[in-house]
Design a protein around this ligand. Structure first.
Ligand SMILES: *[C@@H]1O[C@H](CO)[C@@H](O)[C@H](O)[C@H]1NC(C)=O
Length: 400
């Protein structure tokens, strides 16, 4: 597999010094987690039935591209540097990745709580990432990574540098924003994945304490000119894409009914691009999962890598920026998590030349929700000719 990711705009980020005090709540949590960690060892050999079709290794149809996406998975900053829910969710994702023969993982940011990493050889890479996502189905495949707000509190350059020296070679984070093209093994269709840095586009919340007032306030609206270079790159990438499925991934959501709510900058500036180019959007940030569909654009919120869930305190308020409330197809938040008994979660994608199936999974890997099938771009509009011509070109990244 050749990787011709766009190496763009590497830059150093100012480190915002953080003095994090261990609150009493966190201390209690640590104790509970240490007690629970004895259960961790035995949970990997559970035999819960998976409600996803079984496709053993080597028998997956060559006309498919399958992958998983996970956001907000970054453990925590105290020993043992992962959370119980994160560990369980990693096992569940390992099982689904194996069942689907997943070809890659998209990591949607907030990779290291609470303030990123400080240098390239940080023990956090081992304790929060390598040791936790250890099932073989997750170590043998690339992880396409972007940063979240918590990563930007630390040294994001160190996370980019880790792409060069991670032991399994799976950490692919060549620059703040990067894109990848995939072709089905039988050449029948292609996917373009454009990963963007939404902190650069929208700014960051300077309040880092989840329990402090203002933590869940909306981000201020930013002008496009504030991140002119990246916006131009995004539009160029989308315009140039000839893929059958065009996916954009970023940390901040466009829409969210959960605590952080929607991101106005992205509604104003990204949503029109998604509509124009018939693309779909993957995000994290809010510790919930939500499927949202507006004018043929699917919005996937997958922010449960570390925990379930934030509150969805006022759907009306947070969806106020959207004129079409029926666009909200499914949501798991603090209010209904008991129904699902979920402590974490992630999403899976199964694409063929006919359709792409998007599923939301709990920490065990069980399917909580399946979205309406997503048609390929060729079938959905007036751009068929262009795509057909462009399909003569060789895709950049061929999956074995
Ligand atoms: C950030 O990480 C990079 C890569 O490891 C390192 O070269 C740089 O010195 C770090 N910056 C700071 C301010 O620590």
């Amino acid at each position: 597999m050749t990787d011709q990711s766009n190496q763009n705009h590497k830059r150093d980020r100012r480190i915002i010094p953080v003095i994090s005090m261990m609150s009493r709540g966190r201390l209690c949590f640590l104790i509970v987690m240490l007690m629970a960690s004895s259960a961790v060892a035995s949970s990997s050999d559970t035999n819960d039935p998976l409600s996803v079709p079984s496709a053993p290794l080597d028998q997956r149809p060559s006309g498919s591209i399958n992958f998983c996406a996970i956001g907000d998975w970054g453990g925590w900053e105290w020993f043992p540097y992962f959370t119980y829910a994160q560990h369980e969710t990693a096992i569940g994702m390992g099982r689904v990745a194996e069942t689907l023969n997943s070809q890659f993982v998209v990591a949607l940011g907030d990779n290291f709580y609470h303030s990123g990493v400080d240098k390239g050889d940080s023990y956090r890479f081992k304790r929060t990432f390598e040791d936790v996502y250890s099932p073989a189905s997750l170590t043998k495949i690339p992880w396409y990574v972007i940063g979240g707000n918590h990563d930007h509190y630390g040294n994001i350059t160190a996370q980019i540098a880790y792409s060069q020296d991670n032991p399994d070679g799976r950490w692919v984070f060549p620059s703040l924003y990067h894109s990848h093209s995939f072709a089905a093994p039988d050449g029948s269709f292609t996917i373009d994945l454009i990963l963007i840095d939404t902190v650069d586009l929208c700014g960051n919340n300077e309040i880092q304490d989840e329990h402090a007032e203002g933590y869940f306030d909306p981000l201020p609206l930013k002008e496009k000119s504030d991140a002119r270079e990246q916006w131009k790159w995004i539009e160029d990438q989308m315009k140039a894409s000839t893929a059958d499925y065009l996916l954009v991934g970023g940390h901040f959501p466009v829409y969210s009914a959960c605590s952080h709510g929607p991101t106005e900058t992205l509604i104003r500036h990204l949503k029109p691009l998604l509509q124009q180019y018939n693309a779909h959007y993957l995000s994290g940030h809010d510790h919930c999962m939500m499927h949202y569909e507006e004018e043929d654009v699917h919005f996937v919120l997958s922010g449960m890598g570390d925990e379930c869930c934030y509150e969805a305190p006022s759907r009306e308020h947070h969806l106020a920026l959207n004129p079409e409330p029926s666009a909200l197809k499914w949501l798991i938040s603090k209010e209904n998590k008991d129904l699902y008994q979920a402590i974490g979660g992630f999403t899976s994608f199964q694409a063929t030349s006919q359709e792409m199936k998007i599923q939301y999974h709990d920490h065990r890997g069980n399917v909580l929700f399946t979205a309406d099938p997503v048609p390929p771009r060729m079938k959905s509009g007036d751009k068929g000719d262009t795509f057909d011509q462009a399909r003569q070109q060789e895709p950049q990244e061929v999956l074995a």
